[in-house]
Design a protein around this ligand. Structure first.
Ligand code: ADP
Ligand code: MG
Length: 338
C-alpha cells in the first residue's frame, strides 16, 4: 500500500469500464446508441468472432467536429446534457459521457468521423491513449472500429462465455435497438453472415417480421391506449402464440429499451388466465411519457429506470392488453384475416 493519491485518468477509466463494458454486446450497445443520438438514418454493425476479434459500427449521423474529437474520449465529456435541469429531461440515449473513454481504455480503437461538408478525421487509440491522428477524406458520419477488446483486462476476457453466447447477446441488443428505432435502417453482419436487415421505413411490423419471422408477425395484433400521463401501443401475440421465455417481451420507454419486471408482470396479467403457466407472450410495446416521469440515471448501462406513477402505467398496460385480447375473441374465426 502507498499513501492516498489520485488515480491517473486511464486507470480510472479502466475501473469504470467494468460497469459500462461487461462484454462485446455492451460495446455494440454503446456505439449504436451514440449513432442513434447522432441522428443517423442508417447504422451498419459488423462483428468478427462475436466482437472478440473486432466490432465495427458505421453510421451516417452528424459526426464529431475536428476540434472536439479528443474531448469525446475524455470521461464525463458529453454533448448531450449541460445543466442539472437537463438531467431530469433526458431525451438522448447517452448523457453520462462514459462509453467512449471506457471502451478505448480496454481495446484498440480507430475512429473516422466527419461533419457535413468538412474534411474528416481519423484517430487511432491504444489502451486509452491517442497514438495517431490524421485528416481523412470521409463522408458525413462516423465509423468506429474496436479491436482486441479486453486485451489488458485478462480476468474479464476469461469470464466471457462462448462465442455463440456472446453473439446471441449482440443479436439480442441490436434487435431491440432496431425495434425501438424503426425509422433507422439497421444491418448486422457476423463473420460475413447477415443476421438482421431492416428498411428504416418506420414500419414496426416489418421489423418484428425481420426479427421473429413473418409467421410470428402475422399472428400479432396492434393495440393502443393513453391516459393523461402515458401512451402505450404496440404489437402483442394472441394467447395461442407463446414462448417459454420472458425474453420475447420488449419494452421501449421513450425510445429506450428497458428491463422492468413490473411491466412484464403487468403485460402477462393482461392475458388473465389465457396463458399456461410458464408461457409468455411475444410483445413489442412502446411506452411514452413526459421524460420528467422517468429517471434513467439509475445504472451505468441505463437499462434499469425508475418510473414515477409506475403503478398507473402498469394498470394502463394490463387493461389495454386485456381489452385487446377480449376484443379479438369477439371476432368470429371466419371473419379474421379478411
Ligand atoms: P455520451 O453518449 O454519454 O455523451 P460517449 O462517451 O458515448 O458519451 O460519447 C461522447 C461524445 O462523443 C458524445 O456526447 C457525442 O458528442 C460524441 N459521439 C460519440 N459517438 C458519436 C457518433 N457516432 N456520432 C457523432 N458523435 C458521437
Ligand atoms: Mg454514448
Amino acid at each position: 500500500m502507498t499513501e492516498i493519491h489520485q488515480l491517473d485518468s486511464i486507470l480510472a477509466d479502466q475501473i469504470s469500464a467494468g460497469e459500462v463494458v461487461e462484454r462485446p454486446a455492451s460495446v455494440v450497445k454503446e456505439l449504436v446508441e451514440n449513432s442513434i443520438d447522432a441522428g443517423s438514418s442508417q447504422i451498419d454493425i459488423v462483428v468478427e468472432d462475436a466482437g472478440l476479434k473486432s466490432i465495427q459500427v458505421i453510421d451516417n449521423g452528424r459526426g464529431i467536429p475536428v476540434d472536439e474529437i479528443e474531448m469525446a474520449f475524455r470521461r464525463h465529456a458529453t454533448s448531450k446534457i449541460a445543466s442539472r435541469q437537463d438531467l431530469f429531461q433526458i431525451v438522448t440515449l447517452g448523457f453520462r459521457g462514459e462509453a467512449l473513454p471506457s471502451i478505448v481504455s480496454v481495446s484498440d480503437v480507430v475512429m473516422e468521423t466527419a461533419t457535413e461538408g468538412k474534411p474528416g478525421t481519423k484517430v487511432h487509440l491504444k489502451g486509452g491513449k491517442i497514438i495517431d491522428k490524421q485528416i481523412s477524406e470521409s463522408r458525413r458520419g462516423t465509423k468506429v472500429r474496436v479491436d482486441n477488446l479486453f486485451f489488458n483486462t485478462p480476468a474479464r476476457l476469461k469470464y466471457l462465455s462462448s462465442i455463440q453466447t456472446e453473439l446471441s447477446a449482440i443479436t439480442d441488443i441490436v434487435n431491440r435497438l432496431a425495434l425501438s428505432h424503426t425509422d433507422i435502417a439497421f444491418s448486422l453482419l457476423s463473420n460475413g453472415r447477415e443476421l438482421l436487415h431492416t428498411a428504416g421505413n418506420g414500419n414496426l411490423k416489418q421489423v418484428i417480421s425481420a426479427i421473429y419471422g413473418i409467421n410470428v408477425a402475422r399472428q400479432m395484433v396492434f393495440f393502443e391506449q393513453e391516459n393523461n400521463d402515458f401512451k402505450v401501443q404496440g404489437y402483442i401475440s394472441l394467447p395461442k402464440l407463446t414462448r417459454a421465455s420472458r425474453n420475447y417481451m420488449s419494452f421501449l420507454l421513450n425510445g429506450r429499451y428497458v428491463k422492468n419486471n413490473h411491466l412484464s408482470k403487468a403485460l402477462v396479467q393482461g392475458y388473465g388466465s389465457k396463458l399456461m403457466v410458464g408461457r409468455y407472450p411475444i410483445a413489442v410495446i412502446s411506452l411514452r411519457s413526459d421524460p420528467i416521469l422517468v429517471d434513467v440515471n439509475v445504472h451505468p448501462t441505463k437499462q434499469e429506470v425508475k418510473i414515477s406513477k409506475e403503478q398507473e402505467l402498469c394498470d394502463l398496460l394490463s387493461q389495454s392488453v386485456y381489452q385487446r385480447i377480449a376484443q379479438e375473441n369477439l371476432i368470429p374465426d371466419a371473419l379474421k384475416n379478411m
